[in-house]
Design a protein around this ligand. Structure first.
Ligand code: GLC
Length: 481
């Protein structure tokens, strides 16, 4: 892959690069990550740490610019933080997990890293997404550098295997999706996304695909077979059960309940009365559609979650037709989903009693703020990749232009509030690193499409796709291509 240099940047971009440079975290003299934010005006809490999910945005732009050393150091050091033994104490992180964040400390002049697996985090949330992002980034590093020697090292092979073991372990439920607690991802506060949230399932799918590419088969035959078994089922399950468009809404609207046995159509016993179907009838464009936020027993969360939908397009979890429909929805509902800052983390916000019950009266997640319908500039790079991938580059360009007109002037806030995203987030940090990296990445990816393979996946291999299709054919709706 052709890597770029820093010439030809405009003023906002050079400022962004400067701030990104200042956020680099050093350990024993080597750059190993970036701080979440550097905003001296607000109490740091844990924003002075390097978050795994936040670093992915910085890492991708570093890879594009040839700064591969930081990414390699990050991958090596975070791998060392992964527990390799079974935890004897239930309060300790499980074997295979990658922490949410880490920081550099020193004692007697010796630097060391301290990891947070959620045991110190607000509300003690489990960072399920960290190990998934870690794998996705490891693959991006290999794509950018073609350096397979790193990933073929024993410690890396063991690390990948341990992540796969924890993800693929048998649990109580019998779905191909991953069962997780609330707040297990970027949305790391209570938001009613426990169970099988799209935000995690899509990263899980991408991580399985990355592991499949990176694992040496010899000695790992059992894991490779488990991945090959899981991928088509997971893919078919999401494509079928999470999909919402007007056709599907019609089917759900007329669903019968209480169906028992193998011939059931309404598998999850969804009651239309639990859905805002009149609003959806108005909101869904004729040709648009999206993947629902969550599916479970008598549960269909019809909120639109941006990371899940965009990453589904990027890692080819959605079918080509569904990907087009997702991007059509974003285009046609631009005012709701993008507004004055790309782009909303989810839509619509939880309001009134629902807000109180679901968030636990979280004052940070009041309607149209933060995770509850706030606008997060970091999501812009995913919008850019998904737009390019679906031949709608103009959407990426439009988003970058909107962001460019405000971000630097507003001092790179973490998020924006309000239905249109015009208010700087009530408790937003300024100089938030993934805001800066997200902007730089979006701009770069919208201009240079040859960087797409860093993060984007092609269709599943033919033999797996045929199994996913078998599953799809069972769909009674006929909305599948
Ligand atoms: C907040 C966000 C989380 C992010 C962290 C650091 O906790 O919810 O997604 O990783 O800040 O920026």
């Amino acid at each position: 892959m052709q890597l770029n240099d820093l010439s030809n940047t405009n003023n906002i971009e050079s400022e962004a690069w400067q701030v990104l440079e200042n956020s680099i975290l050093y350990y024993q003299g080597r750059p190993i990550g970036t701080l979440a934010a550097y905003d001296p005006s607000v109490e740091a809490l844990n924003y002075d740490q390097c978050f795994i999910r936040d670093f992915v945005s910085s890492a991708l732009i570093f890879l594009i610019k040839g700064r591969t050393d930081i990414v390699r150091n990050f991958l090596e050091e975070t791998l060392k933080l992964q527990p390799k033994e079974r935890a004897l104490d239930a309060y300790k992180p499980a074997r295979g997990l990658i922490p949410a964040s880490f920081k550099v400390l020193s004692s007697n002049g010796e630097e060391y890293l301290e990891a947070d697996f959620g045991e110190q985090a607000i509300a003690r949330v489990t960072p399920v997404d960290s190990c998934l992002w870690w794998l996705i980034l490891l693959r991006a590093y290999v794509v950018a550098t073609q350096d397979f020697s790193l990933v073929y090292q024993t410690d890396f092979q063991v690390g990948i295997r341990l992540i796969m073991e924890i993800c693929l372990a048998n649990r109580f439920d019998m779905y191909p999706t991953l069962l997780v607690p609330d707040g297990a991802c970027m949305i790391d506060r209570r938001m009613g996304i426990h169970g099988h949230p799209l935000e995690i399932q899509v990263l899980f799918f991408a991580a399985l695909r990355a592991a499949r590419e990176l694992l040496i088969c010899r000695g790992n035959e059992d894991i490779v077979a488990a991945i090959d078994n899981r991928l088509p089922l997971l893919c078919g399950h999401i494509r079928q059960h999470y999909w919402i468009d007007i056709h599907r809404l019609n089917t759900i609207y007329r669903f019968k309940g209480e169906e028992y046995g193998k011939a059931a159509v309404n598998l999850f016993n969804i009651y239309a009365d639990s859905l805002p179907y009149y609003e959806l009838d108005k909101w869904l464009p004729k040709k648009g559609g999206y993947l629902a936020g969550n599916v479970g027993p008598s549960q269909l969360d019809t909120r639109f979650f941006t990371l899940g939908n965009l990453m589904a397009v990027i890692c080819d979890l959605s079918t080509a037709v569904q990907s087009q429909a997702i991007m059509t929805l974003i285009e046609e509902r631009w005012e709701d989903l993008v507004g004055d800052m790309p782009m909303k983390i989810c839509f619509p916000a939880l309001e009134h009693e629902e807000y109180r019950v679901v968030t636990g009266c979280d004052p940070k997640n009041i309607p149209w703020s933060y995770h509850n319908g706030g606008n997060w500039p970091v999501l812009m790079w995913m919008l850019a990749v998904a737009s390019v991938k679906t031949n709608k580059v103009y959407l990426a360009q439009r988003a970058v232009e909107i962001a460019e007109s405000r971000l630097s002037e507003d001092e790179w806030p973490e998020y924006y509030d309000g239905k249109k995203g015009r208010l700087i987030g009530k408790q937003a940090r300024k100089y938030q690193t993934w805001t800066i990296a997200g902007y730089l990445l979006a701009k770069e990816l919208a201009e240079n499409h040859n960087y797409l393979p860093l993060i984007s996946f092609e269709q599943l291999p033919a033999e797996l796709i045929s199994r996913a299709c078998e599953f799809e054919l069972k769909s009674v709706d006929g909305y599948m291509p």
